[in-house]
Write a protein that binds this ligand. Sequence first.
Ligand SMILES: NC(=O)c1ccc[n+]([C@@H]2O[C@H](COP(=O)([O-])OP(=O)(O)OC[C@H]3O[C@@H](n4cnc5c(N)ncnc54)[C@H](OP(=O)(O)O)[C@@H]3O)[C@@H](O)[C@H]2O)c1
Length: 329
Amino acid sequence: MTDFRAFTAEKIDDGVRRGVVELADADLPADGVLVDVHWSGVNYKDALAATENGGVARISPLVVGIDLAGEVLESDDAAFVPGDQVLAHGYGLGVSRHGGFAQHARVPADWLVPLPAGLTTREAMTVGTAGYTAALSVLALLDHGVAPDAGPMVVTGATGGVGSMAVSMLAGLGFEVSAATGKPDAADWLTALGARSVVDRKELTDVGRPLQSATWAGAVDSVGGATLAHVIATIRPFGAVAASGMVGGVELPTTVLPFILRGVALLGIDSVNTPITERRAVWERVASDLKPPMLDRMAEVVTLDGVEGALEEISRGGVTGRYLVDVRG
Ligand SMILES: NC(=O)c1ccc[n+]([C@@H]2O[C@H](COP(=O)([O-])OP(=O)(O)OC[C@H]3O[C@@H](n4cnc5c(N)ncnc54)[C@H](OP(=O)(O)O)[C@@H]3O)[C@@H](O)[C@H]2O)c1
């Protein structure tokens, strides 16, 4: 029985107790592939999972962490053998099954993605769930026919995990990207990631009329609410918005007009339940043509002891880029 460190959240009478504890392999689910976790990432959903009324955690106590990358130690499935490098995210990880903020995890084989050539475990978790969501968004826009020559793109929540990865991926593909942010201090960093211009997000939070000046060929939105409504109103005819998030609200105060008078498409992005075959194929793209060129400038490293501070910062919307968790640090 191996002892290891984990960051857990546990419901108690007056809230949630969270912090680093010692666990043993026997505390993990009995089935699945045992992974020596090297890296995880802190996502907005982790902050919800570790919060009393966040509505995400399905078990208590829960090892928090919706993504992980590391090396197989023991396998109950012939598809994986000890020494294989793997990553996992979504499905029930860090929600209904112990997640990535732990030195060991047991993960069902059909949730595992073999680490693609071209990515280290560290790079995979710098991308993480947020970057995978950005990749799904970019691929949805490309599938819709939004090409770099169609015109400028806007990315909302641009300093966030999804937003910063989307800026970098789109710029890497040759798109002209405008980054909408509430953090003017981050303008140089966003420009370094490839943004052609930086827009104050306040300009996008007024819902306004349902049809406004047709500006953007497409958009990656992880904010939702009034911002998403405004973005939809400013998309050029037959453009599209890939929508994944709700940090700005779950309401969508718009009308059918952009859809029926401009043929605008609203593309819903769900990173959690992507079938595993598609998920593995998307990661191959993340390791090749979608790989953000500036990955080493996109994350701040924390240890398990630093997870608490990272969760608080994400809850405040204060993060710039990603928090990468050095689980063994
Ligand atoms: N659909 C899916 O499968 C999926 C997957 C991953 C994430 N998500 C969702 O996507 C959203 C973003 O996730 P994330 O991990 O990128 O979060 P994050 O790293 O915390 O980034 C969110 C960013 O949104 C902006 N923001 C925060 N509060 C805002 C507000 N009230 N109004 C407008 N902008 C605000 C901030 O960027 P600026 O300061 O630059 O404006 C912030 O950095 C979350 O809602 C998350 O649940 C969904």
